[in-house]
Design a protein around this ligand. Structure first.
Ligand code: ATP
Length: 248
């Protein structure tokens, strides 16, 4: 479904060039939940922005269902693929009600948009009473549900979640992750789950990529609930949490 091939990206600042992405290969197949981890600054968010064509790659290609994704055709890609960020409150327009926020992505939809929203509210376990509230009247977890729902309304095939549970407490984190997994099972939606929280990634994902200094250094598929890494850095990273897993 999503195929990232040999993608590189450099930034220039203060007379210096820094390679944020260095020959990255990554795939996400239909219905797969894939994790992307790595220390701060390893390039995870840059990769998600390049995939979404919010920034251009210097080299390499992004393909979705066999079609090359470019800045020119990114609008049609956005029907099939959605990106959500960590900071839900910043992503939601504070002067709009939840109803207005949710109507916005459906501007071009034909048919009963309000009915579609009411149907989808249940999926993220919010009631209709929330429709008239403003973002400031919602808890962090509720804001992230609205943010998530806004992305789900267009029924994407792929959801890229960039640190979406980082600011939430453990219980709410678990609720949001379980919600994502339910959507994955029921709608067959693929998920690229970018996070620092290794126990959460190990719990949620079928396969995990590990990035370091702009390179993809390791990859592992979950077998009998366990991941096996071979790269020294990845091993060290995951060994430190083995006794501390988010229990299924
Ligand atoms: N707009 C930019 N201009 C210059 N350098 C940038 C820019 N965006 C990112 N970088 C640099 O690129 C590298 C990768 O950053 P990126 O935000 O992708 O890392 P990350 O793995 O997502 O980190 P974190 O986990 O802290 O969010 C870092 O060295 C960062 O300083």
């Amino acid at each position: 479904m999503l195929e990232v091939s040999n993608v590189s990206k450099s930034y220039f600042s203060g007379n210096q060039t820094r390679k944020a992405l260095n020959g990255i290969d990554m795939t996400v197949s239909k219905g797969e939940v894939v994790g992307l981890v790595g220390e701060s600054g390893s390039g995870k968010s840059t990769l998600s922005r390049v995939v979404m064509q919010l920034e251009s790659a210097d080299d390499g290609s992004i393909a979705f269902n066999g079609q090359l994704v470019t800045r020119k055709n990114r609008k049609s890609f956005y029907q099939a693929s959605q990106l959500i960020f960590q900071n839900a409150s910043a992503a939601l327009n504070p002067s709009w009600t939840v109803r207005e926020i949710l109507l916005e992505p459906l501007r071009t939809m034909k048919g009963d948009r309000e009915a579609h929203i009411r149907r989808m509210l249940g999926r993220v376990k919010l009631s209709e009473t929330y429709l008239h509230r403003y973002p400031s009247e919602l808890s962090g977890g509720e804001q992230q549900r609205v943010n998530l729902l806004r992305s789900l309304l267009v029924e994407p095939d792929l959801l890229i979640c960039d640190e979406i549970v980082s600011n939430l407490d453990r219980l709410i984190q678990r609720e949001i992750i379980d919600l994502l997994l339910e959507l994955n099972r029921e709608m067959g939606m693929s998920i690229l789950f970018i996070a620092h929280d290794l126990p959460a990634v190990m719990y949620a994902c079928d396969r995990i990529y590990v990035m370091k200094d702009g390179r993809m250094v390791d990859e592992s598929v979950k077998k009998d609930g366990v991941f096996h890494f071979s790269h020294t850095y990845a091993k060290r990273l995951f060994d430190s949490v083995l006794g501390n897993r988010m229990k299924e």
